[in-house]
Design a protein around this ligand. Structure first.
Ligand code: PLP
Length: 370
């Protein structure tokens, strides 16, 4: 097929997983594979991780979880979106772990247990400062009281989420950590204990080991990118995705020729303009054109003019290029790399945004595992 390709190097994924495993010692890892494994392909990624011992997976919706089950993933799968009563039967049927973040959610579980005499597994979400989902600290005791009265329910975990763990200033993360410890203390005093306790994400795996508890939840590091430029970057992770596209057209133009929409780019000299078949509809970051480049045979060439929906143009100047050559858009091939973090920093975005955007007509090719 002619068009963009995301080559997913599963051997690099496993390399990254093993590095994170070394970093966190005997703690469990919940591999975050939501949003199609951050654009990498959820089922092949989860199965590759399962083959090296990963036994917890984080997704956002029940549909994402069921896709994993249908694809043959047998490990624990936790669904992180706000609980809805319609998840209960799905959770029982597909053995999913639910996210319970309010007394209303707990009451729905109690009613379901009354009707069906069964309870899906769930983890209790505490809001320690993200102000998204979760029990506010002030309502924890009343929630725990209700939980204690309903010990038939299958509560197996408790967790919270950092808002700033990937920042250089960790004061707020440390505040959240203390809040969370306070909640664990309250639970302990009330005689409640949880098998799985988790708070850490990629940022805090790198810079806050005291937040590991029994399990860490890791996404971005597994895919070989760092969450920000403020975290220590000494873990030798490898980019899993190699995003490429073919040169489909070449043409000589005179100096001053305008290229692409708006005519905002003009050839600085007589040159060769190539058309590469990838555009913003495939997830290529449109705003990367101003400073942006691609790599051909280990050399970088400037993107010429605005990125279009399906194509972009490149100033190949005196390159040895022919129709059909594949260019590297980001990631790493055998001779060059364009880190997705470099693009993100340049255009004021993040690796999360750029990776999860990859889609459209992009073909995913899985390599690196038998
Ligand atoms: C609740 C929760 N935990 C963990 C993660 C994983 O974060 P990261 O990719 O930074 O490791 C996410 C990602 O968005 C999340 O929402």
């Amino acid at each position: 097929m002619v068009g963009p390709k995301a080559i997913i190097n599963l051997d690099r994924l496993i390399h990254n997983y093993k590095l994170v495993k070394q970093e966190v010692g005997n703690k469990k890892i919940m591999a975050f594979v939501k949003a199609n494994a951050y654009g990498h392909g959820a089922v092949p990624v989860a199965k590759a991780l399962e083959s090296v011992g990963a036994d917890w997976f984080g997704v956002f919706t029940p549909e994402e979880a069921i896709e994993l089950r249908k694809g043959g993933v047998t490990g624990n799968i936790m669904v992180f979106c706000r609980f809805h009563p319609e998840f209960l039967e799905k959770a029982n049927k597909w053995d999913l772990t639910l996210n319970i973040s309010s007394e209303d959610d707990l009451n729905d579980l109690i009613t379901f247990h009354g009707d069906m005499n069964s309870s899906p597994r769930f983890h209790v979400k505490i809001d320690t400062g993200m102000t998204r989902l979760g029990l506010p600290i002030g309502s924890v005791s009343s929630f725990f009281n209700l939980l204690k009265k309903n010990s038939q329910l299958n509560y197996e975990g408790i967790y919270s989420h950092f808002a700033t763990a990937d920042e250089g200033d960790l004061d707020y993360a440390k505040f959240q950590l203390e809040q969370f410890k306070g909640v664990l203390d309250t639970a302990d005093k009330m005689g409640l204990s949880f098998q799985h306790v988790h708070l850490s994400n990629s940022g805090s795996v790198l810079n806050l080991p005291e937040s590991y508890f029994t399990m860490v939840r890791v996404g971005l590091l597994l895919y070989g990118a760092f969450p920000s430029d403020e975290v220590p970057r000494d873990l030798p992770i490898e980019p899993v995705m190699e995003f490429t596209a073919p040169v489909v057209n070449l043409r000589k133009v005179k100096a001053g020729t305008l290229v692409s929409y708006g005519g905002v780019w003009s050839a600085p000299n007589d040159t060769v303009i190539g058309v590469v078949q990838v555009g913003f509809a495939d997830g290529f970051p449109r705003s990367w054109y101003e400073e942006g480049c691609i790599s051909l045979k280990g050399e970088r060439y400037k993107i010429a003019g605005r990125v279009c929906m399906d194509q972009l143009m490149v100033d190949f100047f005196n390159a040895n290029v022919k129709r059909g050559d594949e260019v590297l858009l980001f990631g790493k091939n055998k001779i060059d790399s364009i880190p997705v973090e470099e693009i993100a920093e340049c255009i004021g975005s993040t690796a999360y945004v750029l990776l999860t955007a990859i889609g459209g007509r992009t073909e995913r090719i899985f390599s690196g595992l038998e």
